[in-house]
Ligand binder design. Structure first.
Ligand code: FES
Ligand code: FES
Length: 155
């Protein structure tokens, strides 16, 4: 039995220690906003925060996060920066099919919490592991720059 801090709540999880956090979130706790894509840390769709850092829930065992504050897309609007990111996502109309977007929002929020005024290189580095088969990258960049207070948009 593990106790994890998920979105500010202590949650009891009766699963083996090597269970990926993604399955604990989706299958055990019903937090299905975090998506499954590749399962091998290659697409970023399962991105959540652990103590404010973006991590891949598909390759993170629950035993590795027992002492961490986990935040998922379901609660990112309770974070000041996360709320701004979501508002910018709507303003710029970022999503297309939407499947990758929870992971994109989590990655962008982690970036902006650490680097409030990211350069293009900062954005590329932080977001390069989050794939979007719909090609929303220019709008993702625009939304990040909107949060950063910049009007400069490049693709
Ligand atoms: S499902 Fe975790 S990185 Fe692809
Ligand atoms: S919006 Fe469709 S995969 Fe990114």
């Amino acid at each position: 039995m593990f106790t994890l801090n998920i979105n500010g709540l202590r949650r009891q999880i009766d699963l083996p220690s090597d269970t990926p956090l993604l399955w604990a979130l989706r299958d055990y706790l019903g937090l299905t906003g975090t998506k499954f894509g590749c399962g091998i840390s290659a697409c970023g769709v399962c991105t959540v925060h652990a103590n404010g850092e973006a991590i891949r829930a598909c390759v993170t065992p629950i035993s590795a996060v027992v002492d961490k504050q986990i935040v998922t897309i379901e609660a990112i609007d309770q974070d000041e920066i996360g709320k701004k990111v979501q508002d910018a996502w709507l303003s710029v109309n970022v999503p297309q099919c939407g499947y990758c977007q929870p992971g994109q929002v989590m990655a962008a929020t982690a970036l902006l919490k650490h680097t409030p005024k990211p350069t293009d290189a900062d954005i590329d580095k932080a977001m390069s592991g989050n794939l979007c088969r719909c090609g929303t990258y220019p709008r993702i960049r625009a939304a990040i720059k909107q949060v950063a207070g910049s009007t400069e948009v490049s693709s």
